[in-house]
Structure formats: structure tokens, C-alpha cells
Design a protein around this ligand. Sequence first.
Ligand code: ADP
Ligand code: MG
Length: 276
Amino acid sequence: MYSSKGITVAMLPTENTRPSTDAPALDSAVSVRNVSKNYGAVEALKNLSLEFPRGELTSLLGPSGCGKTTLLKIIGGLLEPNAGEIEVNGKTVSGPGPDRAFVFQDFALLPWANVIRNVGFGLELRGVPRSEREAIAEKYIGNVGLAGFEKSYPHELSGGMRQRVGLARALSVDSQVLLLDEPFSAVDEQNRRKFQEDLLELVRNENKTFIFVTHSIEEAVYVSDQIAILLPRPSRVSEVIRPSGFRHKDVENIRRDPEYLDIVDQIWASLRTYAE
Ligand code: ADP
Ligand code: MG
């Protein structure tokens, strides 16, 4: 059964959890249109287009160096594309904005600040008063399973716990779009699984759009409403897969679901054709 130490606070009624039918979502929170990006002579992305349905988790899955981080940074407004455009809620992206929050691979925490200050830091930058931001931070510290560690400093925490601090910070600023760049790569397998379950709960309970970068096929299939498979550089989307049948199942039953296993096999087969 799902552990009560994880993220169990439901913020929306269960009617708002994701549908288990395979009807495509019509409403895009983020649209990527014909985006190309070069680093000098290196073509990272070439004419890449992709829609990110609102309230869903979309994984970007592809081999190392195919341009996943590049695409995430372009969506985040941290990098400018050479061609094409990004829309978030119908508005063209021209730089970073409060509608998008980034959880980096190396979770950039402030070493001199304790957990509650780190989690509230995005709000602090926005001038939210201390008592208000600490109340919000407290809530998300609980939601990511870190209650009791408010006064701890980053060096006193494990890699997995630091990653949770980064996630709580991103959730605190209440951006509609969360950009996660291989957030579980630095944690051991056991914690990674726990994290994946927590992430599923967050997607179910928070009405946010998650864009999740991973190079793990199993992880992508496990956590995603939609998986975009990226080709090797210069990258564009080769395939979009929408797992549906097992989405409503208990977390511990997903990994044994025949559709889950089929999709993992199918993605292995299509990625194998690109591997040398
Ligand atoms: P991924 O996240 O999928 O591993 P990246 O987006 O980091 O891929 O990189 C895509 C390609 O662009 C790689 O070949 C990488 O070496 C190259 N690249 C990324 N950032 C830069 C940069 N700042 N300057 C030059 N080349 C870069
Ligand atoms: Mg990367």
C-alpha cells in the first residue's frame, strides 16, 4: 500500500485526478513549435515540435546528448532557440517567468540556508513576507516527506533529501509548469522508486503540468501520461506514446501491468534501432 510517509495530502477532490481513458487531452499548457537549436556547428535540436497537455506529466526520453536539457532550458526561457517558438498558456516565451519552475539535475540549494529558507527562497525572491512564505514552505516540506528537517542544512541531508528540497521549492512558487531535469539521477535505486511514487502522487494531486527528463525507459513509462521519444542529435520527436490502461492502478501494481511491460518493450525496440 502507498506509504503514509510519502506525499499523501490530496489538494484536489478525487474527481480531478487524471482520467484512465485514452482520450487525448485537448488543452496544451506548453506548445513547442518547430524549434531548432545549434551550439556553433553542433546541431542539438532540429525542427522539434511537441504539445504538453495541461495537468499531465510528459517525459522527454532519449539517449544522452540528444538535446533533452537543451529543450528544457528553451522551454524555461533560459536559452533562446535559433528557430521556432514556445508558447506557455498561449503566450510566447521570451525568457524565464513565474509560470515555469525548474528543478535542476544538481538541485542548486543555498548551502548557508536551512531547509525552510531554501524551500521558501523562490517566494523570498518574489518579496513574499516571511511568515507567509514559511507557512507555504512548511506545507510542501511535509508533502515531499521532509517534515522535521526544516532547520537542517543541505550538507546534513542525503542526496535524495536535497533533491526533495529542490522539488519542494519548485512546488512552493506555485508555477503551473514544472521542469524536471533527471531529478532522480543522483539517488540510489530504492530511493528512486520511492521518488517516482511520490511524483505520481504529486501529478495526481497538484493541477500542474510536469515536463520530466529521463534516460530511463522504465522510469518514463512508470511516471508518464505521455512519453516523447527523442531521436539522437539533431533531435526531434520520433514518437509520442500515451500509456493509459494502468494509470489508475495502485503504484505497486503498475510495474506488473501487461500494458506497462509491453510499452517498455516497445520503446526498447524503437530505441535499439537508433543505437549503433
Ligand atoms: P541531453 O540533456 O539529452 O544529454 P544536452 O541538451 O545537454 O543533451 O546536449 C545536446 C547536445 O548539445 C550535446 O551534443 C551537447 O554536447 C551539446 N551541448 C549542450 N550544451 C552545449 C553548450 N553550451 N555548448 C556546446 N555544445 C553544447
Ligand atoms: Mg541533460
